[in-house]
Design a protein. Sequence first.
Length: 420
Amino acid sequence: MAQFNIKPKRIVIKYGGASLADSERIQMAVKAVAKEAAKGTRIAVVVSAMGKSTDHLLNTVKNASGGKIGKKELDEVLAMGERTSVRIFAAALKASGVESRYFDPSDQDWPIITDDAFSNANPLLEQCHELIRRNVLPLFEKGIVPVIAGFVGRTVDGKITTLGRGGSDTTAFILAKALNVDEVILVTDADGIMTADPKIIKNPQRISEIDVGTLVGLADSGTKFIHRKALKFKDPAINVRVIAYTHGDLNYDGTLITGGFPMELDVSIASASPVTSITVVGQGIANPDIVKALIEEVKTRSTLLGLSLNHHSLVLFVSEEREPDLLLNRIHEIVLRHKEAIAMSVRRNLAFLRISGVGLEETPGLIGRISEPLRLNDVNIFGILTSTSNILLFVNWEEKEKALNLIRSSLGLKEGDSKC
């Protein structure tokens, strides 16, 4: 009779600070890990500092030093939260009968190596993956649970670093890739990723599944549940599940995060047909009735590609592929019907270019790098808009290829290429 060897399930679990805030919650987490390990699942655990201990350390050291502490010294202090957590969690696992071993940045075989950008260090991926496979994987495959301090790294020359926002998630994603796991489970105080911030909106709903590209849009808009820096390290082939610690069950549905991080920088012509810009000026143009009427008209007769609005003007960028002349006349009728609107103007035959990349809003000088080569080469910009992870640019249709190549060259991109 043929025998089949069933490969054990492989997971990385990250416990956030709220899920480790006290001994009761730590025991709940340990029981969940022990229950899963008893099934033969191969498990690696990443732990954050307990509760608000990082904030406490930060406030204490800043007050004690009068705020005069360098980033290197600060990292050494802040790392103590995670370094304490790994010791407690590993000890609790052993007390529950689960063989484990914690990894601390002082260990010779510590696997997370970074640059020396203290307080916001960047992992050196090739070195991390090599060390994880050499030092963590053998334990992992034997069923020993490695417990890794999240948020913490070490430079090549042995200095302690911290990874900044989302640091423990970053550690979990790096481990998942190197260990080739089936899934990453992020255990937190939320029931998953919600349709809105429950601290602001009443009764938000849990999202059952979301792709990384959409999630990054939330991060860029100010929602920091999973920081974009961490999402860069997510393997597209490995799903992530976000669950609440309150369930005490690692198999709870939560929110499934799929896919991978979008290309960091890309430049493209975003509309196959020319674009018209329609400017409506007046006093109080932001009146919701006017805005609604204009957008509904565009929706009926064209495609809205961009919009800019303030108290005195509204600019619509619309595709010319359908009924441009009829649309212009209908918009003029709306202008005549509303006393807040005074007049409209039209510019036709524009090209719509899109520069896309996560975190563009936080990249200093990027607008200058885009606009300056166009200025030097006499390419006029007729509109520029920024939105979540996108810069929208409008130039003359006949100059679209010239503008595209100038921007790509300025950003260090080859034709048809993107920069990651």
